[in-house]
Design a protein around this ligand. Structure first.
Ligand code: DC
Length: 206
Protein backbone atom coordinates (compact mmCIF):
# COMPACT_ATOMS: atom_id res chain seq x y z
CA UNK A 1 0.00 0.00 0.00
CA UNK A 2 1.41 3.40 -0.98
CA UNK A 3 1.99 6.05 1.72
CA UNK A 4 0.28 8.66 -0.46
CA UNK A 5 -2.70 8.69 -2.82
CA UNK A 6 -1.39 6.64 -5.72
CA UNK A 7 -3.20 7.52 -8.94
CA UNK A 8 -2.14 5.47 -11.94
CA UNK A 9 -3.44 6.26 -15.43
CA UNK A 10 -3.25 3.51 -18.02
CA UNK A 11 -4.26 4.40 -21.54
CA UNK A 12 -3.91 2.47 -24.72
CA UNK A 13 -5.43 0.92 -27.78
CA UNK A 14 -8.24 -1.65 -27.78
CA UNK A 15 -7.12 -5.12 -26.64
CA UNK A 16 -3.58 -3.96 -25.89
CA UNK A 17 -3.54 -5.76 -22.53
CA UNK A 18 -4.10 -2.58 -20.51
CA UNK A 19 -7.08 -4.07 -18.66
CA UNK A 20 -5.17 -7.14 -17.50
CA UNK A 21 -2.21 -5.04 -16.38
CA UNK A 22 -4.47 -2.54 -14.60
CA UNK A 23 -6.20 -5.30 -12.63
CA UNK A 24 -2.85 -6.76 -11.59
CA UNK A 25 -1.53 -3.37 -10.46
CA UNK A 26 -4.72 -2.65 -8.51
CA UNK A 27 -4.52 -6.03 -6.81
CA UNK A 28 -0.82 -5.83 -5.94
CA UNK A 29 -0.91 -2.24 -4.68
CA UNK A 30 -4.33 -2.58 -3.01
CA UNK A 31 -5.97 0.30 -4.86
CA UNK A 32 -9.40 0.22 -6.54
CA UNK A 33 -9.57 -0.14 -10.31
CA UNK A 34 -11.96 1.40 -12.83
CA UNK A 35 -12.15 0.05 -16.37
CA UNK A 36 -13.50 3.25 -17.95
CA UNK A 37 -14.17 1.44 -21.24
CA UNK A 38 -17.03 -0.32 -19.44
CA UNK A 39 -18.75 3.05 -18.87
CA UNK A 40 -18.75 3.72 -22.61
CA UNK A 41 -19.76 0.12 -23.27
CA UNK A 42 -22.72 0.50 -20.90
CA UNK A 43 -23.84 3.65 -22.73
CA UNK A 44 -23.31 1.96 -26.12
CA UNK A 45 -25.35 -1.03 -24.96
CA UNK A 46 -28.23 1.22 -23.87
CA UNK A 47 -28.11 3.07 -27.20
CA UNK A 48 -28.43 -0.27 -29.00
CA UNK A 49 -31.53 -0.83 -26.85
CA UNK A 50 -33.01 2.42 -28.16
CA UNK A 51 -32.06 5.02 -25.51
CA UNK A 52 -30.49 8.31 -26.47
CA UNK A 53 -26.83 8.52 -25.40
CA UNK A 54 -27.22 11.25 -22.79
CA UNK A 55 -30.16 9.64 -20.99
CA UNK A 56 -28.22 6.35 -21.16
CA UNK A 57 -25.47 7.94 -19.03
CA UNK A 58 -28.10 8.87 -16.43
CA UNK A 59 -28.97 5.18 -16.11
CA UNK A 60 -25.41 4.24 -15.19
CA UNK A 61 -25.47 1.57 -12.52
CA UNK A 62 -22.32 -0.31 -11.48
CA UNK A 63 -24.28 -3.42 -10.58
CA UNK A 64 -26.11 -3.50 -13.91
CA UNK A 65 -22.85 -2.73 -15.71
CA UNK A 66 -21.17 -5.70 -14.06
CA UNK A 67 -24.10 -8.02 -14.85
CA UNK A 68 -24.34 -7.25 -18.58
CA UNK A 69 -22.32 -8.90 -21.36
CA UNK A 70 -20.59 -5.78 -22.65
CA UNK A 71 -17.65 -7.47 -24.38
CA UNK A 72 -19.34 -8.27 -27.70
CA UNK A 73 -18.14 -6.67 -30.95
CA UNK A 74 -21.52 -4.98 -31.40
CA UNK A 75 -21.22 -3.28 -28.03
CA UNK A 76 -17.52 -2.42 -28.66
CA UNK A 77 -18.50 -0.55 -31.81
CA UNK A 78 -21.46 1.17 -30.17
CA UNK A 79 -19.16 2.23 -27.30
CA UNK A 80 -16.61 3.69 -29.66
CA UNK A 81 -19.43 5.58 -31.48
CA UNK A 82 -20.96 7.08 -28.31
CA UNK A 83 -17.44 7.96 -27.12
CA UNK A 84 -17.30 10.59 -29.91
CA UNK A 85 -20.17 12.47 -28.26
CA UNK A 86 -18.84 15.40 -26.16
CA UNK A 87 -21.99 15.43 -23.97
CA UNK A 88 -21.50 11.79 -23.07
CA UNK A 89 -17.81 12.40 -22.29
CA UNK A 90 -18.60 15.45 -20.17
CA UNK A 91 -21.22 13.55 -18.18
CA UNK A 92 -18.85 10.65 -17.51
CA UNK A 93 -15.94 12.90 -16.54
CA UNK A 94 -17.04 13.71 -12.97
CA UNK A 95 -17.76 10.08 -12.15
CA UNK A 96 -14.27 9.08 -13.28
CA UNK A 97 -12.58 11.97 -11.45
CA UNK A 98 -14.37 11.21 -8.22
CA UNK A 99 -13.34 7.55 -8.52
CA UNK A 100 -9.73 8.68 -9.00
CA UNK A 101 -9.82 10.96 -5.97
CA UNK A 102 -10.59 8.24 -3.40
CA UNK A 103 -8.30 8.24 -0.37
CA UNK A 104 -5.36 5.96 -1.16
CA UNK A 105 -5.72 6.49 -4.90
CA UNK A 106 -6.90 4.36 -7.80
CA UNK A 107 -5.95 2.78 -11.09
CA UNK A 108 -8.01 3.86 -14.10
CA UNK A 109 -7.63 2.49 -17.59
CA UNK A 110 -9.03 3.92 -20.79
CA UNK A 111 -8.12 6.26 -23.63
CA UNK A 112 -7.97 9.73 -22.06
CA UNK A 113 -7.05 9.07 -18.44
CA UNK A 114 -3.57 10.60 -18.50
CA UNK A 115 -4.56 13.44 -20.81
CA UNK A 116 -8.03 14.53 -19.60
CA UNK A 117 -9.40 12.64 -16.60
CA UNK A 118 -6.29 12.54 -14.39
CA UNK A 119 -3.71 14.88 -15.90
CA UNK A 120 -1.97 14.96 -12.49
CA UNK A 121 -1.77 11.19 -12.05
CA UNK A 122 1.41 10.07 -10.23
CA UNK A 123 2.22 7.58 -12.97
CA UNK A 124 1.00 7.27 -16.55
CA UNK A 125 1.39 4.42 -19.00
CA UNK A 126 0.45 4.13 -22.64
CA UNK A 127 0.10 0.52 -23.71
CA UNK A 128 -0.07 -0.53 -27.35
CA UNK A 129 0.61 -3.47 -29.66
CA UNK A 130 0.23 -4.11 -33.39
CA UNK A 131 -3.36 -4.44 -34.61
CA UNK A 132 -2.72 -8.04 -35.77
CA UNK A 133 -1.41 -9.15 -32.38
CA UNK A 134 -4.29 -7.42 -30.56
CA UNK A 135 -6.82 -9.02 -32.90
CA UNK A 136 -5.38 -12.47 -32.20
CA UNK A 137 -5.55 -11.86 -28.42
CA UNK A 138 -9.13 -10.55 -28.54
CA UNK A 139 -10.17 -13.40 -30.88
CA UNK A 140 -8.95 -16.00 -28.36
CA UNK A 141 -10.68 -14.13 -25.52
CA UNK A 142 -14.00 -14.00 -27.42
CA UNK A 143 -13.78 -17.69 -28.35
CA UNK A 144 -13.14 -18.46 -24.69
CA UNK A 145 -16.29 -16.52 -23.80
CA UNK A 146 -18.26 -18.68 -26.21
CA UNK A 147 -18.66 -16.11 -29.03
CA UNK A 148 -18.50 -17.44 -32.58
CA UNK A 149 -16.51 -14.97 -34.67
CA UNK A 150 -13.75 -14.88 -37.33
CA UNK A 151 -10.27 -13.50 -36.77
CA UNK A 152 -10.68 -11.20 -39.78
CA UNK A 153 -13.83 -9.66 -38.34
CA UNK A 154 -12.06 -9.01 -35.03
CA UNK A 155 -9.11 -7.40 -36.83
CA UNK A 156 -11.40 -5.17 -38.89
CA UNK A 157 -13.27 -4.14 -35.76
CA UNK A 158 -10.04 -3.23 -33.96
CA UNK A 159 -8.78 -1.21 -36.92
CA UNK A 160 -12.07 0.69 -37.19
CA UNK A 161 -12.10 1.41 -33.45
CA UNK A 162 -8.47 2.58 -33.52
CA UNK A 163 -9.40 4.93 -36.33
CA UNK A 164 -12.47 6.33 -34.49
CA UNK A 165 -10.77 6.55 -31.08
CA UNK A 166 -7.68 8.27 -32.48
CA UNK A 167 -9.38 10.71 -34.82
CA UNK A 168 -12.34 11.95 -32.76
CA UNK A 169 -12.25 15.63 -31.88
CA UNK A 170 -13.00 15.33 -28.15
CA UNK A 171 -10.34 13.60 -26.02
CA UNK A 172 -8.78 11.48 -28.76
CA UNK A 173 -6.55 8.53 -27.98
CA UNK A 174 -3.06 10.03 -27.69
CA UNK A 175 -0.28 9.28 -25.22
CA UNK A 176 0.13 11.93 -22.52
CA UNK A 177 3.51 13.64 -22.97
CA UNK A 178 4.64 12.26 -19.61
CA UNK A 179 3.35 8.70 -20.18
CA UNK A 180 5.72 5.74 -20.22
CA UNK A 181 5.02 3.98 -23.53
CA UNK A 182 5.10 0.21 -23.73
CA UNK A 183 4.65 -1.79 -26.94
CA UNK A 184 3.46 -5.21 -25.79
CA UNK A 185 3.52 -6.87 -29.25
CA UNK A 186 6.43 -9.16 -28.35
CA UNK A 187 5.94 -9.27 -24.59
CA UNK A 188 4.17 -11.67 -22.28
CA UNK A 189 1.82 -10.32 -19.61
CA UNK A 190 4.49 -11.18 -17.02
CA UNK A 191 7.09 -9.13 -18.91
CA UNK A 192 4.74 -6.17 -19.25
CA UNK A 193 3.90 -6.36 -15.57
CA UNK A 194 7.60 -6.52 -14.62
CA UNK A 195 8.19 -3.40 -16.68
CA UNK A 196 5.29 -1.38 -15.18
CA UNK A 197 6.08 -2.46 -11.64
CA UNK A 198 9.69 -1.26 -12.00
CA UNK A 199 8.31 2.19 -12.87
CA UNK A 200 5.84 2.11 -9.97
CA UNK A 201 8.45 0.94 -7.46
CA UNK A 202 10.83 3.71 -8.44
CA UNK A 203 8.00 6.27 -8.11
CA UNK A 204 7.09 4.94 -4.66
CA UNK A 205 10.70 5.35 -3.49
CA UNK A 206 10.72 9.07 -4.34
O1 DC B 1 -11.29 -0.05 -23.41
P1 DC B 1 -12.50 -0.56 -24.22
O2 DC B 1 -12.09 -1.28 -25.46
O3 DC B 1 -13.41 -1.39 -23.38
O4 DC B 1 -13.32 0.76 -24.64
C1 DC B 1 -14.49 0.71 -25.44
C2 DC B 1 -14.62 2.04 -26.19
O5 DC B 1 -14.91 3.08 -25.25
C3 DC B 1 -13.38 2.48 -26.94
O6 DC B 1 -13.39 2.03 -28.28
C4 DC B 1 -13.42 3.97 -26.85
C5 DC B 1 -14.23 4.27 -25.62
N1 DC B 1 -13.44 4.78 -24.49
C6 DC B 1 -13.13 6.12 -24.48
O7 DC B 1 -13.43 6.82 -25.44
N2 DC B 1 -12.50 6.66 -23.40
C7 DC B 1 -12.14 5.90 -22.38
N3 DC B 1 -11.52 6.47 -21.32
C8 DC B 1 -12.42 4.51 -22.37
C9 DC B 1 -13.06 3.97 -23.48
Amino acid sequence: MAKFDLVIAIDGTAASGKGTISKKIAHNYSVPHLDTGLLYRFVGYKVLKGFDPVSAVDQLSMSEMEALDLKTLKVSNAASEVAKNPLVRAKLLEFQRSFASQPGGAVLDGRDIGTVICPNANIKFFISASAEIRARRRYKELLGLGHSISLNKVLKDIQERDERDTNRKDSPLVPAVDAKKIDTSDMTIAEVYASVSRVIESELKK
